[in-house]
Design a protein around this ligand. Structure first.
Ligand SMILES: NC(=O)c1ccc[n+]([C@@H]2O[C@H](COP(=O)([O-])OP(=O)(O)OC[C@H]3O[C@@H](n4cnc5c(N)ncnc54)[C@H](O)[C@@H]3O)[C@@H](O)[C@H]2O)c1
Length: 252
């Protein structure tokens, strides 16, 4: 238990279950004294998230596919908690058929959907959340190395992650003047619900593990640690950056 984030209220978007990277982040934030508020995608997700977070007050629905839902979620946050010191955006989605085979077979709809949920949503969240953000505040999103290298089957999600990282840089520029820092964590591969959508994900996970410096996969706890740092005042000089938390996979 530390006190890096004492008196900070942070919204964590993207917990599906205990394996979620967002859950690793939330735990690390709470361990540093933050009050964490959660959004869940829909009623189905609410069931699994409620098993982890028993305080109903801190659970708010938000489907990032719809502006009204995002607007409503922030109105609810404002009602229940007032201002925020940070937002963790750990959300991505693509249809299974787009995460397999050759990228030239990506459909127009599938491309739009993946980019809408996985990249555009960060802008929408920043837009509707801006009014609630204190000065200073911090926004952190989650990306993956498939934005830079052509990882088998990652395809359209790699494109969405590249756009997400560009969003981070532009948002950092435009929100910086209001005291809001925006950064991304490029996390190593972890077995979560989202990863199982990628064809041959066990190969992806194994190959990633084989490339870490010590042969062990990065954990959601380690990713959470970096998230706590980025939410804290220790990182006030880190702006618009993508920080690798992958145990060296990107080097090797
Ligand atoms: N697992 C990995 O190996 C890995 C590596 C690097 C980055 N990431 C990124 O981390 C983030 C979290 O993913 P995860 O791996 O923890 O998987 P996860 O399945 O636990 O989390 C994904 C979350 O996205 C949410 N989501 C999807 N569509 C949504 C919508 N329309 N509205 C609101 N929420 C929606 C889901 O409900 C879920 O909570 C994603 O951005 C993912 O791309 C994952």
């Amino acid at each position: 238990m530390g006190n890096l984030l004492e008196n900070k209220k942070i919204l964590v978007m993207g917990v599906a279950n205990k394996r979620s990277i967002a859950w690793g982040c939330a735990n690390a934030l709470e361990e540093q004294g933050a009050t964490v508020i959660y959004t869940y995608q829909n009623e189905r997700m609410k069931k699994s998230v409620s098993r982890l977070v028993t305080d109903e007050e801190r659970l708010i629905e938000c489907d990032v596919a719809q502006d009204e839902s995002i607007e409503q979620a922030f109105a609810e946050v404002k009602n229940r908690f007032g201002k925020l010191d940070g937002i963790v955006h750990a959300i991505a989605f693509a249809n299974k058929e787009e995460l397999a085979g050759d990228i030239q077979n990506t459909s127009r709809e599938g491309y739009a959907l993946a980019n809408n949920i996985s990249s555009y949503s960060l802008l929408a969240v920043a837009h509707y959340g801006q009014e609630l953000l204190n000065d200073p505040a911090s926004i952190v999103t989650l990306t993956y190395f498939g934005s830079e290298r052509a990882i088998p089957n990652y395809n359209v999600m790699g494109v969405a992650k590249a756009a997400l990282e560009a969003n981070v840089r532009y948002l950092a520029r435009d929100m910086g003047k209001y005291g809001v820092r925006v950064n991304a964590i490029s996390a190593g591969a972890v077995k979560t619900l989202a990863v199982t959508g990628v064809k041959d994900h066990s190969n992806l996970l194994q190959e990633s593990q084989d490339r870490t410096v010590d042969g062990a996969s990065v954990t959601t706890k380690e990713i959470g640690g970096a998230c706590a740092f980025l939410m804290s005042d220790l990182s006030t000089g880190v702006v618009g950056d993508t920080i690798y938390v992958d145990k060296g996979v990107h080097l090797i």
